[in-house]
Design a protein around this ligand. Structure first.
Ligand code: CO
Length: 505
């Protein structure tokens, strides 16, 4: 039942001065094989009654198949969660994306497919060599667009789900635009900037090889593909995310080499065959969205980028704010991800890249040195100058550590706000939800899922985006845990069950 105040929780013992206990962090990687559907009635604080809509999240729900452990969480089958908010109440639902590979493995009770991040079938290299079949795991992002809910994984087509029940409806090829086996990345961006036309969803696909092909897709509000163009870039391209402005798509080609032999030979997953090259530059591909202008390439210092916060144009310059790592940690076949020694790894940090299209030069500047990931902005600012960036961040300002806090960076004043779930809480990506009718960029809420090791369960945490420091507005306790997730989106449509199924508040 709802209580008026968010209660303080008592701290737990920590190891060696760290803000967390590694055993607590590890517990967030237990599989969640169960599927639930219920109204959340264990709430601290008050769910804002004007927060109406649905938070969709996606991530690996299984870290093992019948006890056979996966080598890396990124190989886990996608499990989508929907938290639907309606007039001060919230409904929870989670379902696995029923891909053929998921169904086959569940029926067999064992691992049948190799994973990109090193999961191998039992039986050693002989059992794995030259088996290049790929299991669609649909585990990275979920977005409601054009009246359809899509679960996304960057190496294959979107899966369509029912937004109310999360039932898997099947692969969706965007009215035949995608061919079987075509990819559709897990980082679509919605351009709301045009005043003449309705918003556009922009996404891309990478076909890696000796030279790689980048295909850009633009979808109108009905989900129809209205633009598609492909571009070839030299070399292997490991590109997970991109950024957009009204005129350009921006791709940072991380300096990586691929040696596929250990993959073909059954010894490693493809991602374990990638080698970061600190001696090489990062290439920045600037591809015009709508004109026949040629694409341009700029170069900057070596670094590794998974995620961009946003990009915007100013005169001849383009600014891109991104999380950059000094190097990409190799995924090794004999390493156990649960034994990650955080202090040994480079933290992700927030950088600003300033691209000068006239001089073809790039300048970069660190905006935030605290270890952070999963940047998120007010969606209305996509492709436009933004003031605020929300991030998952480490509790301590220095060093590399699990994400335990939500950080708000004001790039105009350089001010910071931080809410931390340490010592026993571990956060996921923050999703900003604008308040209806709000005019300020930070007028809204930040929603995140927090794994609470003290209770071995996850909480949906609602923060007031204007003031993170004051702590949660509400903390919704789920009845179970959700393994650490990857990405999520908000839609103003509420996909809760009908009023008849609703308990009396
Ligand atoms: Co991502």
């Amino acid at each position: 039942m709802q209580s008026p105040q968010v209660q303080e929780r008592s701290p737990a013992p920590m190891s060696s001065g760290a803000s967390y206990d590694i055993n607590d962090w590890q517990k967030g990687y237990q599989s969640q094989p169960n599927e639930y559907e219920y109204w959340i009635d264990d709430v601290e604080g008050q769910i804002p009654p004007e927060l109406n809509g649905t938070l969709f999240r996606n991530g690996p729900g299984l870290l093992d198949v019948n006890g056979q452990r996966l080598h890396h969480p990124f190989d886990g089958d996608g499990m989508v969660c929907a938290i639907a908010f309606s007039e001060g109440r919230a409904h929870f639902c989670n379902r696995f994306v029923r891909t053929p590979g998921f169904l086959e493995e569940q029926a067999a009770g064992k691992i049948l497919y190799r994973g990109v991040f090193g999961t191998q079938k039992p039986g050693g290299w002989l059992a794995n060599a030259f088996d290049l079949r790929q299991k669609h795991i649909a585990n990275t992002q979920v977005i409601y667009w054009g009246g359809k809910l899509f679960a996304l994984w960057e190496a294959a087509e979107p899966y369509r789900l029912d937004p109310y029940t999360l039932e898997t409806l099947g692969i969706d090829r965007l009215d035949g635009v995608l061919q079987p086996g075509d990819a559709f990345a897990a980082h679509p961006r919605i351009d709301q900037s045009s005043t003449e036309s309705a918003p556009t969803l922009v996404n891309f696909a990478i076909k890696p090889g000796l030279s790689s092909t980048i295909t850009i897709y633009e979808l109108d509000t009905k989900g129809k593909v209205v633009q598609r163009h492909s571009h070839s870039v030299p070399g292997f391209a490991f590109i997970h995310d991109f950024a957009i402005t009204p005129n350009y798509c921006l791709f940072f080609q991380n300096p990586m080499d691929l040696n596929p032999l250990p993959y073909l030979g059954g010894l490693r997953g493809p991602a374990e065959c990638i080698k970061f090259r600190p001696d090489k530059t990062t290439k920045v591909w600037v591809i015009p969205r709508n004109s026949s202008e040629p694409m341009q390439v700029l170069e900057t210092q070596s670094g590794f980028i998974f995620h961009h916060a946003n990009a915007f144009e100013q005169g001849e310059e383009i600014y891109v704010d991104s999380i950059c790592y000094e190097s990409f940690p190799a995924v090794e076949p004999n390493q156990d991800y649960l034994q990650t020694h955080f202090p040994d790894l480079q933290p992700g940090q927030l950088w600003r890249f300033q691209l000068d299209l006239k001089t073809k030069t790039v300048q970069r500047q660190m905006l935030e040195s605290r270890c952070c990931e999963f940047p998120f902005i007010n969606p209305a600012k996509m492709g436009q100058p933004h003031r605020y960036i929300y991030l998952g961040a480490a509790h301590d300002p220095e060093g590399n550590a699990p994400l335990q806090g939500i950080l708000k960076v004001d790039v105009t004043t350089d001010e910071r706000q931080l809410w931390s779930a340490a010592p026993r809480g571990f956060v996921s990506e923050p999703v900003f939800v604008p308040r209806d009718g709000g005019t300020e960029e930070d007028d809204g809420w930040v929603l995140t899922l927090v794994y609470d090791a003290a209770h071995n369960r996850s909480d949906v945490v609602i923060l007031d985006a204007r003031d993170l420091n004051k702590g949660p507005v509400a903390r919704l306790h789920l009845k179970h845990h959700i393994p650490y997730e990857l990405h999520g989106t908000w839609t103003p449509q509420c996909f809760a069950p009908s009023e008849g199924d609703r308990p009396i508040a």
